[in-house]
Structure formats: structure tokens, C-alpha cells
Write a protein that binds this ligand. Sequence first.
Ligand code: NZQ
Ligand code: ZN
Length: 396
Amino acid sequence: MLNFTYYNPVRLIFGPGSLDKLRANVPAEGPILLVSGGESIRKNGVREAILGALSGIEVVEFSGVEPNPHLDTLLRGVDVARRCGAKFLLAAGGGSVIDGTKFIAATVPYTGDDPWQLVTGREKIREALPLGVVLTLPGTGSEMNDGAVVSRLNPTDKQPFRSEKLFPKFAILDPAFTLSLPWRYTANGIADAFVHVMEQYCTKDVFTPLQDRIAEGILATLVECAPMIKQNPDDLAVRGEIMWCATMALNRLVGCGVVQDWSTHLIGHALTAEAGMDHARSLAVVLPWLLRDRIQTKRGKLVQLGRRVFGVTGADASAGADASADADASAAATIEAIEAFFTGLEVPVRLDPELVTEEVLQRVLGQMSVYKKGLGENQDITPAVVERILRASLGK
Ligand code: NZQ
Ligand code: ZN
């Protein structure tokens, strides 16, 4: 296991009815800026419930944060927060609303000329307004981590950034708030959480048996719960499990002491920026093809995952790192099982050639050229490898 420091100060408040605890966790004096997306929290009653829980405290609202939140939209939120003198930000929504709120939190006290530099990391986030979360879409894990992803339209870009100042003070996870999700977003969230774990697990082995089992526990639970929720979308117990899995998948616990490989996410961000794909859907078209391309380095974990999570029989995991024909067959069968899992979610595992035309593909590859080093645990996922992966996903 590699050396690590684990720090996570988020107060996680889980379960049906947990909005009861909202008031005790926000400042007694407002204004509180309630940040939300489109219409979902109005339609499903979450907005009303929040306003009820905060009655008597001044609440100002900023809505309209779109999926893959845009810099321009968020700068309007910064304006509203500054004008009302917001003391606390409350995000009510999915990853986009939470990430957008984190950006607003970092930008309100920022006095420089170009807030985009807080995203690129050229300027450090020195201060941020405190924020809390009411989660309505499990998937990204943003509710319990210090990361955010913001997009810019001109020039097109989508970048992740992190700062310890951006940890939410608390996150309220009521699975009942996810009942209104259409299947597409429930499925996206499951796929996103699955890939988060994979990128902290399916890498070079440095003897991390506990970490491996935590990761496999989350993956196995997602695999078990996905068909259950598809069949019975109103099952709150299953929704709760999925919610907890998604939070655990990216609160950085799984990543302690292991070698990580976030290349699927970085390629996915470029696909979202250039082709407008949903975040999770960009990952599902990359991951299986990346695993196939990198099977040499990932074979051991794939064999282990296949045996422990998907019931793939054949090669012994302890022999997984060897290039035996058995291990190759098991690793390939595991990748097929991952694809079947995504397909069962109705999340495509191939790029759509009508969406990702040759011109779009070239723009995606152009986005990848900002990474000076190769991606992946061995820094060997060069632009040429990315091109090979994307062409394989296109069936070309
Ligand atoms: O905008 P509203 O009306 O709220 O509708 C949203 C949106 O249209 C809808 N929705 C959310 N909760 C709902 C609901 N509809 C009905 N009922 C509910 N309860 O779902 C749609 C998608 O929402 P969005 O927040 O965009 O989805 P997601 O949670 O997948 O977030 C994606 C964003 O998070 C970033 C992604 O890159 C992307 O920008 N990520 C953030 C991470 C982090 N901060 O750690 C890590 C992730 O890997 C990811 O990159
Ligand atoms: Zn993700």
C-alpha cells in the first residue's frame, strides 16, 4: 500500500426524513443562497421542503445551473451571492448544482481578474464561502468531496479542480428525494459511481487487500442493486443503498494507498465538452475500450474483479498478473461483464458515429493535447492511444 493522508470533514446525514436536521446545520442568520438547477426541485417538492425547514431565515435563490455547469451561468450566481451578502450556500440538486455551488463559494471572495484560473489551478483557492448540500441525484460523489467540474463555452473546455476549502459542511442524503429521477439519470448515477471505483481499483497492484475489498464491495452492491431499482424504482431501501454506494465511491476512501488512473474521466470530459454527452455516458463508452487497450497492466485486477464480483471463473486471481491464456480470457470476460452491466442500465458502450463525427473526434483529441504527460497509472495513455481507444469505441 502507498503512503496516504485521509481527511474528510463532511457531516453525512443519511436517511428518509433527514431534512429535519437541515436547520440545525446552517447559520441561524441568513442570507442563505439556495442554489438549484432547472425545474426538478420545484416539481418534486424538495424546494418547498427546504424553504419550510428554513422558515424564518432569509433565503435568496439562484436557479438555472445547467448540467455540466457553465462558467457564465455560475458567474451570475456569484453576482447574486455578492449582492445579497450570502453567508452560506445551500446546493439542492445533483453533481452539476453541487459543483456549481462550489465554484460560486470559491469565487465570491476572489478578488482577481479571471475566476477561470481558479478552475485551471493557475490561481489558488484561498478562501471560500461555507456550503451545504441536499442531494437529489446520487452519482458524482460531489456531496462528500472537495472536487468540482466546470465547463466553459468559448473556448470549449471542461475542467476538474479541487480544494479542501470546498468540502461541504454537511450533506443531506434522503433517498426519497431521488424517487422523481427518470431512469436515464438513475442509471447515469450508477454508471458514474461504478467508474469512480474502477479508476481507483483497476490499476497496478501494490498489495492493498483491504482497499480492494472495499472497492469490490461497492461494485458488487451496485451490480446487485441496479436491476432491483430498474424493476422497482420506488424501493427506498434500494435507492438508499445506491446513494450510499455513490457517496462512498468518491469520498476518496477507496483511493487511499492505491494507484489511481483517472484517464477515463479525462477523456470523458473532452467528449462532454465537444459532443455534449452526459457525463456518465461519456465514461461508459470509454472504460471498456480503455480496459481492452490496457489489458497488459490491468489484467491482474480484472481477473480478481471478474472472480469476486461478476462470477467469472477460469484464471486464478493470484496468477492474474501473468500473461497466461487463462488470465487473458478471464480479463476479457470481465470487460464483457462490465459492458453487459452498462447495457443492462441502458447506458451505451459504443460511441455514436453520428454524434462523434471525424471532425468532433479531432476536436476531442485536440482537448487531450493539454496533458503534457501520458495519462494512466504508467503515463502511457498518449494521444495516439486515446485515438485508438475512441476509434475502437466507434467501431472503426
Ligand atoms: O437541473 P435539474 O432540474 O435539477 O435537473 C437535473 C438535470 O437535468 C436532473 N435531476 C437531478 N435531480 C433530480 C433530477 N430530475 C428529477 N428528479 C431529481 N431528484 O438530472 C439532470 C442531471 O443532473 P446533473 O447534476 O447534471 O447530473 P450529475 O449528478 O450526473 O452531475 C454531472 C456533473 O458532475 C460532474 C460531471 O462532470 C458533471 O459536470 N462530476 C463531478 C464530480 C465531483 N465533483 O466530484 C465527479 C464526477 O466524476 C463528475 O465529473
Ligand atoms: Zn464521474
